[in-house]
Design a protein around this ligand. Structure first.
Ligand SMILES: Nc1ncnc2c1ncn2[C@@H]1O[C@H](COP(=O)(O)OP(=O)(O)OP(=O)(O)O)[C@@H](O)[C@H]1O
Ligand SMILES: [Mg+2]
Length: 379
């Protein structure tokens, strides 16, 4: 057998054994080689497509634009896909479309120039990704429902307390009005102030819960930690200033991006910094400093922390911190940390605290950088 023919047959055998679809085209996009995997994948027999323009296998913008892509590459060397590889929609003989990963290279030392494409179907991978996304969304939903379950019990109590107080103060006010000796203006005004404060407090509990339940599904978008931290600082500056607290930023350079809902992360930071400010108002002014930082931790996770030098936690507070409605503040709802930790859980992260060296509390959360799923080992 002549050596040339032998080499061609060997090449055909190799191509036909390949798992990937292999398609060779000339500089006009005309199909010259179509291996067995390509036949299986696209439903065309090789002899039906040899001599046809490769755009019959394409879909969408690529189908119309492909001749132009090749011309531009030949004229300018500007590659849209050659040497890069990307995901493309591909079209079977029956018109159905599937997602494919395509890598294209130029055949070296060929004149006229020719190109070879390697392609495989990634439908299963897409389906697996979609299933993972859906199960994550379901988990987030359950995480939120279970938090709501915990909250519902406390909620009845939380609303009942101010209602009882309102009833008591208004009964007292009524009694004052019917006193034969006349009304003590101060007593009456005190009772009315209490009624207002209690009603506002109940309203605040309801407002926060409603905002939490109504929360749109957590968005997963590429986010920049520095941006989130800086935007939160803008929202918090006035609050810090009016409480005579210094708010400082320490963000590491070149942090990796994360997948997050920036608005929700801001909500968490606002809760944490407000708590830090509250804990700082009764310490000497030299200690009234809150530091907002973002760093990479030892495990490669992005850590965002809010450190204060405030009064720290009592033993009771340390035990009940994350219980719905636990608060040591007259106007507090005790929901800030519960909501924050639920948001961080929905981001596959963790919210925790430690003591600040030199006194005070540091609340921090860690989030996986973009593309890293916690608990999944990379091979
Ligand atoms: N940085 C901190 N330093 C000291 N104690 C804190 C700190 N952060 C939280 N706490 C304690 O934890 C409690 C619960 O905090 P959480 O944010 O859940 O509710 P809250 O701040 O009391 O109310 P709200 O957030 O509705 O204003 C606080 O009342 C406080 O006692
Ligand atoms: Mg709070």
């Amino acid at each position: 057998m002549p050596a040339g023919l032998r080499a061609r047959l060997d090449l055909q055998a190799v191509l036909d054994a390949a798992v990937e679809a292999v398609i060779l085209i000339d500089e006009n996009g005309i199909i010259e080689t179509f291996n067995r995997s390509a036949e299986r994948l696209f439903g065309w027999q090789a002899d039906e497509v040899l001599g046809k323009n490769v755009s019959v296998l394409m879909e969408g913008a690529d189908r119309a634009g492909h001749d132009g892509y090749i011309k531009r590459f030949l004229n300018t060397g500007e590659a849209k896909i050659i040497g890069i590889g990307r995901e493309v929609p591909a079209r079977r003989r029956d018109g159905s479309v599937f997602p494919a990963m395509l890598a294209v290279g130029e055949v070296q030392q060929s004149s006229p120039r020719r190109f070879v494409g390697f392609l495989h179907d990634i439908t299963l991978r897409r389906q697996a990704e979609e299933a993972a996304r859906q199960s994550e969304a379901r988990l987030n939903h359950f995480a939120r429902l279970s938090t709501m379950g915990e909250m519902a019990a406390g909620l009845a109590h939380e609303i009942n307390q101010p209602l009882t107080a309102i009833a008591t103060f208004s009964q007292a006010a009524t009694r004052m009005l019917s006193r034969p000796e006349g009304i003590e203006r101060e007593d009456l005004s005190e009772a009315l102030d209490q009624i207002t404060a209690q009603a506002l407090r109940a309203g605040e509990v309801i407002r926060r819960l409603r905002a939490f339940v109504k929360n749109r599904e957590v968005r997963h978008e590429r986010a920049d930690c520095r941006r989130v931290v800086e935007d939160s600082r803008l929202l918090l500056e006035a609050d810090a200033r009016s409480n005579n607290v210094q708010l400082r930023l320490r963000v590491a350079d070149s942090l990796p991006p994360i997948t997050a809902d920036p608005v929700q992360l801001q909500q968490v930071l606002i809760n944490l910094v407000r708590n830090a400010i509250d804990a700082s108002v009764d310490v000497p002014s030299a200690h009234r400093e809150v530091i907002l930082s973002a760093n990479l931790d030892g495990d490669g996770m992005v850590e965002v922390a809010v450190a204060d030098h405030g009064h720290g936690l009592s033993t009771e507070a340390a035990e009940r911190l994350f219980h719905p409605f636990f608060t040591t503040k007259p106007g507090g709802t005790g929901l800030g940390l519960v909501i924050s930790s639920s948001i961080i859980r929905a981001h596959n992260g963790r919210l925790a605290y430690r003591s600040t060296p030199g006194g005070g509390c540091t609340f921090f959360f860690t989030l996986p950088p973009l593309g890293v799923l916690p608990g999944v080992e990379s091979h």
